[in-house]
Design a binder for this molecule. Sequence first.
Ligand SMILES: *Cc1c(COP(=O)(O)O)cnc(C)c1O
Length: 341
Amino acid sequence: MVDINWEELGFSYIKTPLRYLSYWKDGEWDEGVLTEDNQLHISEGSPAIHYGQQCFEGLKAYRCKDGSINLFRVDQNAKRINTSARRLMMPEIPEEKFIEAVKQVVLANHEYVPPYGSGGTLYLRPLLIGVGDSIGVSPAKEYIFTCFCMPVGPYFKGGMKPTNFIVSDYDRAAPVGTGAVKVGGNYASSLLPGSEAKERSYSDCIYLDPQTHTKIEEVGSANFFGITKDMKFITPISPSILPSITKYSLLYLAKERLGLEAIEGDVKLSELDQFSEAGACGTAAVISPIGGIQFDDTFHVFYSEEEVGPITQKLYAELTGIQFGDVEAPEGWITNLSINK
Ligand SMILES: *Cc1c(COP(=O)(O)O)cnc(C)c1O
């Protein structure tokens, strides 16, 4: 048994025994291996560290009641990393290779998947970086695809609670930039706005559409959704939002399981009054209810600063029930791995 206090887990780096590593050179990927070494040995000329030629994914493995392990919509992560790769001129990773890497890492570190009922999960971080001797501004000639994992605690210890957000004066992404792909550069530019928001005691900032600054885009590392007073699930639509797999899952569940009208549409700051609930959603954030949003001199409260709204609660129960194997999943959403001890 591994020596981890599951109750005390947060979201921080923990070195687990094995990670997957594969190298791309001369037009092809090698077989890939599991390795104990958690240091990457790369050229000082690597385009990833000079020009940000890198992209990543984030997904979780969930311990079920019967001890088996679920992956949630891993095929969608496999597709999305390739959308990111194409945008930054990196070689694609065959979907089967990506999924195989994730499975191998989960199985090799299965003792680190937190127990059912602890609220914890095994967080997986696939990463694609441009490496090799280089210095001019052009795509790398060699690439590393790696995937490592670590156990993480529940996002909210002691239950879901609403938190407050502030609208940022900065943009996260350009209108036709890289907002829709999962690249580190978007995050580097969000560090300052995020830290300013946290200094003022907000959970994080909310970014507006970079073209007109009148509509909510997203929350930096999570997408935004709102429930209107007339029971519509609305999540912003924009070419500079990162297409969250959690968001698309909630769009489906809101419609098919909760019977709401579920749409992607504009969420104008001037029309926040139409919403009775709001939240942020993503793999890490799961569903984080939004208490209120500060913008200019206004503080807009949705449902309550203390309590979670009923629709948000239902969506949370449905989503996490599916992920942990307690609620029947839509076709193809779950990959179940059993462990042979
Ligand atoms: C990864 C990410 C999300 C959440 O996407 P999921 O697929 O739901 O985990 C949202 N916004 C940004 C900017 C992201 O990078």
